[in-house]
Design a protein around this ligand. Structure first.
Ligand code: HMG
Length: 389
């Protein structure tokens, strides 16, 4: 009998500030319906100057360590596409901030928004090989597009931490997976750039191609039938994309696309992403958190996941929600992470958007802004300095 492996715990953190889309619309003259209805976004998380993917990742992981301890964690896989160093894995800073032991392997993974799903699958492989181990998967990203660009309204920031273990308390991840890779230039960020480049309409088309490709492979691998799934967690660069993706999948499978059916399948996965914005690698797992926090009892029900990363790589897979999962949710903390953000006006957001460290190797302190458990205190001699608050 194969052992049961999956997501044993899930916790997330988001940025200190929040910019409502009404403020962005007031600034750029966009009809607010385009944001609220057209792309399905209400607000975006904006990191403080003393926050980054490390502080967000550590803040997401710390509650997991508080609940489960560090003894069984021998691997940390940190997925991001907004990396802060070309050589050192961001997870090594997190390893130190959350007090993991030295007998740990830590590595960073990248493939746009898909990276966390690769991390989850690699974690499952490691746990299958040694069921006594737990793997900490951290997906952490700050999504940044140029000011006044079409992508600006889809920015966001968040980190999700997941503990992968045998006999998981939340979701058992199943075989098979449907896989899809295509070499496309829909969204990318050359090493010399801070903000991503994107061909918006091409990226939507590439995503929908990947929906088809992953489902085709999933069906060929003898996966579940579409009707079996209680809900679908899609990668959500903006929440309307989940609706577009599910409509496309239903059409591809020969079904009529009834709006109520689509809302039933994806509606409860969008609550966090609609107020946080695109969190790249974390997005699909914020979708899972929102679903588990809001849905009627899903015990024993299969949930579908569609993870898409531009460039592009995608994976469709299933997880079964474990009986008793509700006792292990972090619904209150999740709500507090969102409601605890400080509203920022357009001028304040713009200042944070343009904030960068000088690259002269000098000592540069950050302003104290975050109320989170960890902060990026500054940079000195090209070294980032983190603090526990
Ligand atoms: P745009 O081109 O400015 O917007 O930016 P639009 O003109 O396409 O309008 C958007 C929607 O709003 C349309 O609906 C309009 O009809 C509607 P649709 O036709 O799509 O159903 N609309 C209105 N609705 C109600 N009231 C109104 C109104 N006005 C218009 N008054 C775009 C949209 C998504 C292209 C832009 O935000 C963008 O470039 N975003 C970044 C790229 C992106 O998110 N791509 C998604 C797929 S790729 C992906 O998911 C990967 C990614 O996460 C990165 C990674 O993998 O690392 C991005």
């Amino acid at each position: 009998m194969s052992i049961s492996i999956g997501i044993h715990d899930l916790s997330f953190a988001t940025g200190q500030f929040v910019l409502p889309h009404t403020a962005l619309a007031d600034h750029n003259g966009t009809e607010i319906g385009k944001y609220h209805v057209g792309i399905g976004q209400e607000s975006m998380s904006v990191p403080a100057a003393d926050e980054d993917i490390v502080t967000l990742g550590a803040a997401a992981a710390a509650p997991i360590i508080a609940r489960h301890g560090t003894d069984r964690i021998r691997t940390v896989v940190f997925a991001t596409e907004s990396s802060i160093d070309q050589a050192k894995a961001a997870g090594v800073y997190v390893h130190s901030l959350i007090g993991l032991g030295s007998a740990t392997r830590v590595v960073e993974l990248k493939q746009a928004c898909y990276g966390a799903t690769a991390a989850l699958q690699f974690a499952i492989g490691l746990v299958r090989r040694d069921p006594a181990q737990e793997v900490l998967v951290i997906a952490s990203d700050v999504s940044k597009y140029e000011l006044e660009s079409p992508g600006e309204a889809t920015q966001g920031a968040a980190a999700v931490a997941m503990l992968v273990a045998t006999n998981p308390a939340l979701v058992r991840i199943e075989d098979p997976s449907g896989l899809f890779t295509a070499d496309v230039m829909d969204f990318w960020r050359p090493n010399y750039r801070d903000a991503a480049l994107v061909d918006g309409q091409e990226s939507i088309g590439a995503y929908l191609q990947a929906v088809e490709g992953t489902w085709k492979d999933y069906a060929e691998q003898d996966g579940r039938r579409l009707e079996e799934f209680a809900a679908f967690c899609y990668h959500q660069p903006f929440t309307k994309m989940a609706y577009k993706a599910h409509r496309h999948l239903l059409n591809y499978c020969g079904y009529d696309t009834d709006n109520d059916d689509i809302t039933r399948a994806v509606g409860q996965t969008t609550a966090y992403n609609t107020v946080i914005g695109n969190s790249y690698t974390a997005s699909v797992y914020l979708g899972l958190a929102a679903l588990l926090d809001q849905a009627d009892d899903l015990s024993g029900r299969p949930v579908a996941f569609l993870s898409y990363g531009s460039g592009s790589v995608a994976e469709f897979f299933a997880g079964t929600v474990v009986a008793g999962y509700r006792e292990h949710l972090r619904t209150k903390a999740n709500r507090e992470a969102i409601e605890g953000r400080t509203p920022v006006d357009y001028a304040g957001y713009r200042e944070l958007h343009e904030w960068t460290f000088p690259t002269d190797g000098g000592d540069h302190a950050t302003p104290e802004q975050t109320t989170g458990p960890f902060r990026l205190a500054g940079i000195s001699g090209h070294k980032r300095i983190y603090q526990t608050r």
